[in-house]
Design a protein around this ligand. Structure first.
Ligand SMILES: [Zn+2]
Length: 116
């Protein structure tokens, strides 16, 4: 997925919240990202810091990204495991009959701002 497009959506959402909540500035945008998306934190932050200059009230805003491991369950032996590579093979029984249980998350956890 393209980091720039995601950051743009985040900024748009945060901007709407700033206006709706009548905040003077946004200070922090916290997101949860599953490793399945292969989004690079440094690229996200660089994009955020660059693109936020187009928005009012984002001068001190920081992007905080928390990554979630990709967790998989084996349908054959019910073994749960996390993977770093996109290889969905059960380490216990070598089965490929596995299902993703987490790692596809991509959402805003919190947005913080100041009123005055
Ligand atoms: Zn298994």
């Amino acid at each position: 997925m393209h980091e720039g497009a995601i950051v743009h959506s985040l900024l748009e959402i945060a901007k709407d919240i700033r206006i709706k909540e009548d905040l003077k500035e946004i200070t922090e945008v916290k997101i949860i990202v599953g490793k399945f998306h292969q989004i690079v934190e440094e690229v996200m932050i660089a994009n955020f810091d660059f693109m936020k200059t187009e928005y009012d009230g984002f001068d001190n805003a920081v992007l905080i990204m928390t990554e979630k491991n990709v967790s998989v369950i084996c349908e054959d032996c019910q073994h749960e495991f996390t993977i770093d590579e996109p290889i969905f093979m059960c380490p216990e029984c070598d089965s490929f009959n596995t299902e993703l249980i987490s790692g596809k998350e991509l959402y805003i956890e919190t947005i913080e701002g100041l009123r005055d």
